[in-house]
Design a protein around this ligand. Structure first.
Ligand code: URA
Ligand code: SF4
Length: 223
């Protein structure tokens, strides 16, 4: 114990060398029980500064499960995934690709918003990428969601989700828009860009079309 660093998550948070959501998972029950338990997760320090846990949402029996990175500012305030600007882009792209948004369940690799306060910009909360340790800590929630929803196709939105599902050597530029086997389970994974990349792009139309065409690969896998 002497070599342990001080817990930096405050009371009730796992020590630094033991970030994991595992002890917070319920032993039984479906998605409602899981969602309820996740609201109290302190498996890593990200719960401290965020407003609330943003758990997956949508159709609990969806054939398509989408995985993003982490909640953004709007999601953190509202408690639901993809309700901000990136979500609007995504909904439109899904629809255009022929995926019924009602046949989707959407979640994130990390369930709490990680941000930096930027005083020069009116204390705006700026998204900060989760690190590997936080991703690993949060993974039991995603695994349980995938097991309970039991989709036919998983869509990884962006590099973080792609690496989480397909391993650290995953490259979104090289492997997007392909039906890839998901080793852990029987499903297929299709990776694409994160919808927020459309909003940041100079050539929004082209980047958006790329997103739609990747999503069409997932739509084809369903039919
Ligand atoms: N970006 C994400 O990756 N997830 C959200 O829920 C919102 C924005
Ligand atoms: Fe738990 Fe994940 Fe939130 Fe960390 S980010 S406290 S592991 S729900």
């Amino acid at each position: 114990m002497a070599s342990r660093t001080e817990p930096d998550g405050g009371p009730g948070t796992a020590p630094e060398d033991a970030y994991t959501a595992e002890p917070f998972l319920p032993g039984r029950g479906g998605l409602p029980a899981l969602r309820k338990a996740a609201a109290g997760c302190r498996g890593c320090p990200l719960h401290r500064d965020a407003t609330q846990t943003v758990f997956g949402a949508g159709n609990d029996h969806a054939r398509v499960l989408l995985v993003g990175e982490q909640p953004g500012d709007q999601e953190d305030r509202q408690g639901k995934p993809f309700v901000g600007p990136a979500g609007k882009v995504l909904t439109r792209a899904l629809d255009e690709a022929g995926i019924d948004p009602d046949d989707t369940y959407i979640t994130n690799a990390v369930k709490h918003f990680k941000f930096e306060l930027v005083p020069a910009r009116g204390k705006r909360r700026i998204h900060k990428a989760p690190n590997l340790r936080e991703l690993t800590a949060c993974r039991p929630w995603l695994n349980a969601e995938m097991r309970l929803v039991d989709p036919d196709v998983i869509i990884a939105l962006g590099a973080t989700a792609g690496k989480a599902l397909l391993g650290p050597s995953f490259r979104v530029t090289k492997q997007r828009g392909m039906l890839l086997p998901y080793e852990d389970r029987g499903e297929s994974v299709v990776a694409t860009i994160h919808p927020s990349a459309v909003l940041r792009a100079d050539d929004r139309d082209a980047v958006y079309e790329g997103l739609v065409s990747d999503l069409r690969i997932a739509a084809q896998a369903l039919s």
